[in-house]
Design a protein around this ligand. Structure first.
Ligand SMILES: Cc1cc2nc3c(=O)[nH]c(=O)nc-3n(C[C@H](O)[C@H](O)[C@H](O)COP(=O)(O)OP(=O)(O)OC[C@H]3O[C@@H](n4cnc5c(N)ncnc54)[C@H](O)[C@@H]3O)c2cc1C
Length: 335
């Protein structure tokens, strides 16, 4: 395929709306496109209307909105068929989607149909100045190394990128761009029908978007102690997270797991109680703005990334924090 080398971003669609994760993808897209001196195209699948101008403010030069006129939105296989058509017509050099259920479903089908490579779950993207190829970095071999992968022989170079791997940046309300809306023949393009949709209640735990996250690890010592963190989280209005070891101990559901094989969080404050700070856990918290760690071991790895360290027994410190917050509330001194 002859490439015009644009960077194409697939917008994340949830409940038939463009999801905020798209701003992160556009931030990556802008960063790469500026290095290559090319434009950013943002593809929006299955949405009739929306604030497409906002996508331009976040970094897109062109928005390609493909609508189907159906109330049930767009399903993965027709979405992939459309994306293949769009890529064939527009010939981007790079295509990026978030590593969400949406992106992880559509991108492999699309890459297979285009007979090109796809690097899933990247945590870092860059351009190799030597050959202008996309450098796609992701954890490999059980998270023990970071591998940088190139799609050297086929185009486009396709990658899914972990949510929260970059802070959305570069919003510019003066940025100008073009919005193109295309209607597809639904009868031919959408033989599939959505029969029903079952919501995964565990995913209601709003960890990824929380400004404050409290997380517990094995140093909390017991399920009962871990449950105290729930009280702390409620008092602080925080999301509640856990290490894999805490999840494996049955203290918390998988939906709370933070790290390489769990969620990536990006809060203003991350409080880690009884967490050792192994590399696989750190992979999920490093874009946090301020990390507070409570650990009894002064040499613990978590203190190397913490902005504030409390050396002590985590269950005791958590109990004291809860009491102090309750006292503040009853004294009416809460801010
Ligand atoms: C492929 C792979 C993927 C993985 N993915 C993830 C992932 O997504 N997320 C994740 O978290 N892990 C993941 N892990 C596991 C990871 O390597 C660690 O085993 C895990 O993060 C450790 O959890 P922890 O900190 O709760 O337990 P530990 O490592 O056992 O640490 C407990 C900590 O608590 C402290 N402590 C003990 N008692 C107290 C006390 N009374 N008060 C205060 N502190 C105390 C100890 O000093 C220690 O630092 C993965 C591993 C692999 C191989």
């Amino acid at each position: 395929m002859e490439s015009k080398q644009s960077v194409m971003i697939l917008a994340e669609i949830r409940s038939q709306q463009v999801h905020d994760l798209t701003w992160e993808m556009l931030t990556w897209g802008r960063k790469l496109a500026d290095k290559l001196g090319v434009q950013v195209d943002c593809v929006v699948l299955g949405i009739e209307q929306g604030n497409f101008q906002e996508l331009i403010h976040w970094g897109a030069d062109r928005v390609l909105a493909v609508t189907n006129g159906r109330p049930d939105g767009i399903l993965a296989t027709p979405a992939a068929r459309l994306l293949v058509e769009i890529i064939r017509a527009e010939q981007p050099g790079i295509v990026i989607a978030p590593a969400t259920t949406f992106g992880r479903t559509i991108m492999p089908i699309t890459a297979a149909r285009l007979a090109t490579g796809l690097t899933a779950d990247c945590t870092e993207l860059d351009i190799d100045p030597k050959d202008n190829l996309l450098l796609q970095t992701r954890p490999a071999i059980g998270g023990n190394i970071m591998a940088t992968i190139k799609t050297a022989r086929t185009k486009p170079q396709m990658a899914t990128v972990r949510p929260r791997s970059i802070k959305p940046d570069g919003f510019d309300h003066t940025r100008q761009g073009e919005v193109m809306i295309k209607q597809y023949d639904t009868a031919n393009a959408w033989p599939e029908t959505l029969l029903s949709f079952r919501h995964n209640e565990e995913n209601d735990i709003n960890l990824e978007n929380a400004d404050l996250v409290v997380a517990g690890g094995k140093g909390m010592k017991s399920k009962e102690n871990y449950q105290q963190l729930e009280e702390l989280a409620v008092l602080l209005g925080a999301g509640l997270g856990a290490t894999r070891d805490a999840v494996e101990a049955g203290w918390a559901p998988f939906a709370r797991q933070v790290g390489l094989t769990g969620k990536t969080v990006s809060p203003k404050v991350y409080i880690a109680a009884g967490v050792s700070g192994k590399i696989q856990h750190l992979a999920g918290i490093l874009t946090s703005e301020y990390i507070i760690a409570i650990n009894e071991d002064a040499d613990s790895q978590i203190f190397k990334v913490a902005d504030l360290g409390i050396i002590g027994d985590a269950p005791t410190v958590v109990t004291q924090l809860i009491q102090a917050l309750k006292d503040l509330k009853t004294d009416g001194k809460e801010h």
